[in-house]
Design a binder for this molecule. Sequence first.
Ligand SMILES: [Zn+2]
Ligand SMILES: [Zn+2]
Length: 259
Amino acid sequence: MNIIVLNSGSNGNAVYVESPRSGAAVLLDCGISRRQIEVRLKVHGRYLQNVRGLFITHEHADHVRGVPVTAKMYRMPTFLTEATWRGLRMNRPHKGHRFIRSGETVKVEDISVQAFPKSHDAQDPVFFLVTIGELRFLYVTDLGVHNDEVARLLGEVDAALLESNYDEHMLNTGPYPEHLKERIRAPHGHLSNLQAMELIERHCNGRLHTLIFGHLSENNNTPEIVQREIDAVLARRPDFRPRIVIASRYEVGEVLSVG
Ligand SMILES: [Zn+2]
Ligand SMILES: [Zn+2]
């Protein structure tokens, strides 16, 4: 499978996942504009025409901003939970949406997408497992707290995008007001570097080929800190050597071929 992170962070999230065999693709979250999606896909010779569906994790603007225009212009189905749809106001797809339930698997051409529940301050938020042939990609951001299903799946996938939102020290000593710091740390908030590294160290194994860190905070994290922390994990775990990618808040990533 091919994965392209179009953007990752509180300013917008969208990840393109493609089957090299069929040429079909899906978009996981649609939190940047239709125009930006087009521009960023074109860098790699890809087009929204190949995308067969938008899969939405939850109703926060950084995950849905581009939904109405993209879905309308490309007559593209939007897959989301019913509560997420109700939680959307301005960003509702005008038609062609389909409800998914936690645990349900949706198949579009040769791409399967399964939704799982997660803890976050949204109506019925989910994370996704994408399967193409034998290959599996786990997409998890906006996760408030350790999740058993994420832990299990990290040991059973070929690629993963895991949130590594904030560095504890930067958040604690940074300029945010105390109530906002609390919200970020809460079980319905975001995953810290420490929490992400712990999940990886405990549950990943040699199967993991590509590990992407995403949804890094602009004010409470840096790519350098995340790199240093994963280097420390890898030094303790010589049994697995995934390709490490730190997704950008600002520009499109490389085409990541897995398998
Ligand atoms: Zn988010
Ligand atoms: Zn969110």
